[in-house]
Design a protein around this ligand. Structure first.
Ligand code: F6P
Length: 344
């Protein structure tokens, strides 16, 4: 009897809503073309420790709506070493795997490229990260849910901020990229977005002074809340430090809210479920067509194949048009125009 092709599948790095939808799509597509599919647990650690088990359509029943990942995820520092890569490759050989699909972000793809150099099998990446910082795809799996989660949370913060005419600094995830901060800031009509696109830490004191001046002028003329969306890993000391600086140096009453890992959880929105499903099916089709060393992404609503190395070579930037629209039109006009007081 001819050997069935064996596909291993793992999720790696920060989990992202929609990873389960991608797992489901891969498993069902494998079943359709008669490939055997095995799940690897806890990211690359499962390859190093030989922690694998067979996935069937039953294993992925009723998971499309679940956040997190049924395969578990982890970061795996061992994979940055030669020994770690060799251990992973040994397991792939021992388990007679023909192709490895990894759902993750840039660090996960860097590990996958190393495995691809040492192993004869096919390596395929699916973009799974809330950060949306991979090149070659407009959206990564998880980004849309993460920004919706943050928007819902900030809308609530705005209510309490309005009630007290208060200043809030809300810190959002994104590691070293501003896609979450910028998109959420725009969707929440934040008065300020401080992100990688418009701020560097050497501008700290000037930005602080400008911010304080603007908050004073805004709050002097009208009853208003003032919301600053801040990208994580950017302001020295983060949101808490910015709040303390405004309080101590300028006597501005303000509060910090660090949204943190809430942005990683929850049921994926439609956009993430559909993207994950399309890309999961495309990954299996790519294996069937003998492709390797690629990431499947989506551009202009079409599935595209991008060399893994290209996907992580440059950080995908937030669109310049979006940054300009926010800075020069939306925030500026909203801040400087007179608002009608509804309750007074
Ligand atoms: O890459 C996803 C992400 O959530 C980033 O936005 C964040 O900087 C990082 O992971 C947090 O990682 P950890 O959960 O390991 O602290």
């Amino acid at each position: 009897m001819e050997k069935r092709l064996k596909v291993a599948l793992l999720t790696s790095g920060g989990d992202a809503p929609g990873m389960n939808a991608a797992i489901r799509a891969v498993v069902l597509a494998c079943e359709h073309v008669n490939f055997e599919c095995v799940g690897v647990y806890h990211g690359y650690n499962g390859l190093i420790n030989d922690d694998l088990s067979i996935l069937t359509p039953l294993s992925v029943d009723n998971i499309i709506q679940q956040g997190g990942t049924i395969l578990k995820s982890a970061r795996c520092p061992e994979l940055t070493t030669e020994t770690g890569v060799n251990q992973a490759v040994n397991t792939l050989i021992k388990e007679d795997i023909d192709a490895l699909i990894v759902i993750g972000g840039d660090g996960s793809f860097a590990g996958l490229i190393e495995i691809g150099k040492e192993w004869h099998g096919k390596v395929i990446g699916l973009p799974g990260t809330i950060d949306n910082d991979l090149d070659g795809t407009e959206y990564t799996i998880g980004f849309s849910t993460a920004i919706n989660t943050a928007i819902e949370a900030i809308d609530k913060i705005r209510d309490t901020a309005n009630a007290f005419d208060r200043v809030f600094i809300v810190e959002l995830m994104g590691r070293h990229s501003g896609h979450i901060a910028f998109n959420v800031g725009i969707a929440c009509a934040a008065e300020q977005i401080i992100s990688f696109e418009n701020f560097t830490p050497d501008q700290e004191q000037k930005k602080l002074a400008d911010l304080a001046k603007e908050i004073f002028s805004q709050q002097k003329n009208k009853n208003n809340s003032y919301l600053v969306v801040l990208a994580e890993n950017l302001w020295p000391g983060g949101a808490t430090s910015l709040v303390n600086q405004l309080k101590l140096q300028y006597k501005i009453d303000c509060a910090a809210c660090i949204l943190g890992h809430i942005q990683r959880g929850g049921s994926p929105v439609a956009k993430d479920r559909i993207l994950a499903t399309k890309l999961g099916v495309a990954a299996v089709q790519a294996i069937l067509s003998n492709k390797s060393n690629i990431m499947l992404g989506e551009m202009n609503n079409e599935v595209v194949e991008v060399p893994l190395s290209e996907a992580i070579k440059h950080k995908k930037m937030v669109s310049e048009n979006l940054v300009a629209a926010q800075q020069n039109i939306l925030a500026l006009t909203a801040r400087t125009s007179k608002k009608i007081k509804l309750y007074k």
